[in-house]
Design a protein around this ligand. Structure first.
Ligand code: ATP
Ligand code: MG
Length: 343
């Protein structure tokens, strides 16, 4: 065994978002807001990535991909990711992601990939026709994380299985090559709104790539659109209950309470205590006002940033340089461990 023991790993956070469309309230509450909390806590190095190589696992129009990459970067910065405190870059500028991704494609087992529920959801009945990249995606995700020896990965609930697979890949690599080179990474899924649901179907996750715009709140939606989407959000006819147990079997009602909690910083219980017995005619406008209050300053700042794409590109290029400094030695050492001849 080498002396590269897990206790030697720097506490480090890594997470990413795909530029597969515009950012949603789910991305904000489940991911970006938490990324900012980690950055501000100052206890860990924080590395955040616009994972463009993941976006192309499904078809992306090149011009739209380009614009969405800058928009996701703008969303990070406008929400409080500070490029002087966190490393912020887009994945394709650091080629080591793809290189380590290949090594991990050779470590991960087909049987592991077959268990991934996201692939089943995204491929649906069409599994034969989707890209090989969509199937292999979790190996590249493991590379994103382990290339920085990241110890903590804040994600929404839907990504838990992929972060667990990352642990399996790290363990198998360490075991097969008799090293303690890659750390055991922890998914961090905390607080309310770790799984924001679709506004038209409370059993499905809100996604940026979902079919209808009415099923999600985009971070760039204006006040009228946000109010309209919450007004039209599916609910049941019952008023809000007195306790959390009263939300059992009411996924749409539960989701709106959860969103309110995520936006306000209250717990679900506190929201229920405040709105016990309220009808939707009272709760939905209050929720819309709260969402506008929180999102409007962010979307204004996003628009300002997107007016200056050269500045966004400069920030991403600088972040990529910082990322390469951490990633390249880890990739080089991985190649040595595997037995690849290099200079
Ligand atoms: P796509 O539909 O293309 O998969 P997405 O909205 O699911 O897009 P991703 O880029 O896949 O976004 O995920 C980025 C981060 O946002 C991940 O940490 C993921 O867990 C989180 N996230 C995505 N959707 C939600 C949601 N509805 N609720 C909470 N977190 C979410
Ligand atoms: Mg997703």
């Amino acid at each position: 065994m080498s002396d590269e023991t897990p206790s030697q790993f720097t506490p480090r956070v890594f997470s990413g978002i795909k530029p597969s469309g515009g950012l949603t309230l789910g991305n904000y509450l489940g991911a970006i807001k938490r990324f900012v909390d980690w950055q501000e806590a100052g206890t860990h190095e924080t590395i955040y990535c616009v994972v463009d190589l993941h976006a192309i696992t499904v078809w992306q129009d090149p011009a739209e991909l380009h614009a969405a990459t800058r928009e996701v970067a703008a969303g990070f910065i406008a929400s409080g990711i500070d490029p002087t405190k966190s490393v912020l870059f887009n994945q394709s500028q650091v080629s080591a992601h793809a290189e380590l991704g290949w090594i991990f494609s050779c470590v991960a087992r087909v049987g592991w990939m077959n268990r991934m529920t996201q692939f089943k959801d995204k491929a649906g009945a069409n599994a034969e026709k989707v890209s090989l990249g969509l199937y292999a995606y979790p190996a590249l995700m493991a590379s994103d994380i382990l290339l920085y020896h990241a110890t903590h990965v804040p994600v929404g609930e839907d990504q838990k299985q992929h972060v667990e697979l990352t642990r399996d890949i790290a363990q198998k690599f360490n075991h097969d090559y008799k090293v303690d080179f890659f750390p055991e990474t922890r998914p961090v899924i905390e607080g309310p709104a770790t799984r924001v649901m679709n506004l038209r179907d409370g059993t499905k996750k809100m996604s940026k790539s979902g079919e209808s715009d009415m099923e999600r709140i985009n971070m760039t939606d204006d006040a009228d659109t946000i109010a309209k989407k919450f007004k039209k959000a599916k609910t049941d006819p019952e008023p809000l209950p007195e306790t959390m147990e009263g939300l059992e079997g009411r996924p749409e009602a539960r989701n709106l309470v959860d969103i309110y909690a995520g936006l306000s910083g209250m717990t679900d219980e506190q929201v229920i205590a405040e709105y016990a017995g309220a009808g939707w005619g009272r709760f939905k406008p209050a929720l819309a006002d709260l969402a506008v209050e929180k999102l409007a300053p962010i979307s204004t700042e996003m628009a300002r940033l997107m007016d200056d794409p050269a500045e966004i590109d400069r920030i991403l290029a600088h972040g990529a340089e910082q990322a390469r400094e951490i990633a390249n030695p880890i990739l080089k050492r991985t190649y040595e461990i595997v037995g690849l001849v290099g200079s």
